[in-house]
Write a protein that binds this ligand. Structure first.
Ligand SMILES: Cc1ncc(COP(=O)(O)O)c(C=O)c1O
Length: 384
């Protein structure tokens, strides 16, 4: 297979990394479920699965190509990839800048855990590049971004932030989980490192925990031996094999998530029992134009604020038949979660997270069925 040709994203997902001659014509590559590679009679370059494994390398090849990056490294979870990426750039007593509404364990890692090592983090809204630039200090080592933010769906301007950071020698890291590499490629805008929770859309079947980091060959080779090799949170070969299987249908699934997501966001926006919808694909989103300039599509994640009190909203959630309740997302199944339901006015003001905010992850069910389910349960809320 000619890996140097220009591959479409669909071809990357279906075929890049296939090597029929090497694997006896098997249409699906084998799982190298072994820890050790002996080399008495062969110099194949492999030694130990914590460092490199041929099955995992196929997933890495696909994800690096999807992101337009030189290389990728797979980890045992998204958090393993995120903490490894941050550890690879942080130094004792350094300073980091990060959006306040970032995935909460990422915030806790910086805010509480890394504090032990003298690392200070300034949390910003992320919506204003000026605010972010003003937060830069002489010891700022990294700007960590997540766009769109997976609850409030505000965006950060990747091109502008990468340019500011580059001029000051600051490393930029982006959590690109929500957009997926199909709809946003931060490396093309000058971002240094991209991380993903591949547990979400990339895996797509709610059956694996997985993470990935992409960037330059030099950085990825260092990470192989340092933050991945030493901390040891490498992806297991069976997990890699399931990730490859998920990736094969990623473009197809994302097209459906996007189509259903947009239809349901429009439906909710027009609904009399909905106060507000947060979805970057809607022209009413305050950063719609920025989204169009740096993303080529939107996922099936939508937040909205129903017109009801806490009790009525709980009844609405419990009344749904097709949406299961839970915090994850990106799988085949539709889910509902309530990150803003219990926050008070003060917290809402501080974080920018609207009170009573509900998030739904649109799965692969028919969008008409999902719409009917939401409509029926919203109507029930009114009667309560
Ligand atoms: C935006 C985002 N990044 C990272 C993670 C962490 O991923 P994982 O659960 O695979 O460790 C999550 C998990 O929900 C997430 O939503």
């Amino acid at each position: 297979m000619d890996e140097s040709k220009a591959w479409s994203k669909e071809e990357i997902c279906t075929h890049l990394g296939d090597d029929y001659d090497r694997y006896l014509g098997a249409i699906v590559p084998p799982i190298f479920q072994n820890t050790l590679f002996t080399r008495k009679n062969m110099d194949h370059g492999y030694t130990y699965t914590r460092v490199a494994n041929p099955t995992t390398e196929i997933a890495e090849k696909k994800i690096a190509a999807l992101e337009g990056a030189e290389q990728a490294r797979c980890f045992s979870s998204g958090m393993a990839a995120i903490t490894a990426a941050l550890m690879s750039v942080m130094e004792k007593d350094c300073h980091i800048i990060c959006p306040l509404n970032v995935y909460p364990p990422t915030k806790s890692f910086l805010d509480t855990y890394m504090k032990k090592f003298g690392v200070e983090t300034t949390f910003v809204s992320g919506e204003s590049t000026d605010e972010l630039e003003a937060a830069i200090r002489p010891n700022t080592k990294a700007i960590y971004l997540e766009t769109p933010l997976s609850n409030v769906f505000t965006l950060q301007d990747l091109r502008a932030i990468a340019a500011i950071a580059k001029a000051k020698g600051i490393i930029t890291i982006v959590d690109n989980t929500c957009a997926t590499p199909l709809f946003q490629n931060p490396i093309a805008y000058g971002i240094d490192i991209v991380v993903h929770s591949a547990t979400k859309y990339m895996g797509g079947h709610s059956d694996i925990l997985a993470g990935v980091m992409v960037g330059s060959s030099e950085r990825m080779e260092q990470v192989t031996h340092r933050e991945r090799g030493m901390f040891g949170a490498t992806m297991d070969p069976h997990q890699s094999w399931l990730l490859i299987r998920g990736l094969r249908t990623l473009p197809l699934r994302m097209r459906q998530h996007q189509e259903s997501g947009l239809r349901l966001a429009e439906f909710l926006e027009a609904h009399p029992l909905v106060e507000r919808v947060l979805y970057p694909g809607l022209p009413s989103h305050p950063q719609y134009e920025l989204g169009r300039s740096q993303m080529s599509g939107y996922s099936g994640l939508i937040s909205f604020v129903p017109r009801g009190n806490q009790e009525q909203i709980i009844a609405f959630i419990k009344g749904l038949e097709l949406f299961e309740e839970g915090p994850s997302w990106g799988g085949f199944e539709s889910l509902i979660n309530s990150p803003g339901l219990w926050i008070d006015e003060e917290t809402s003001k501080q974080t920018g997270m609207p009170q009573r905010l509900i998030r739904i992850s649109i799965g692969l069910e028919h969008p008409d069925s999902l719409m009917n389910d939401l409509d029926r349960s919203l109507a029930g809320m009114k009667r309560n």
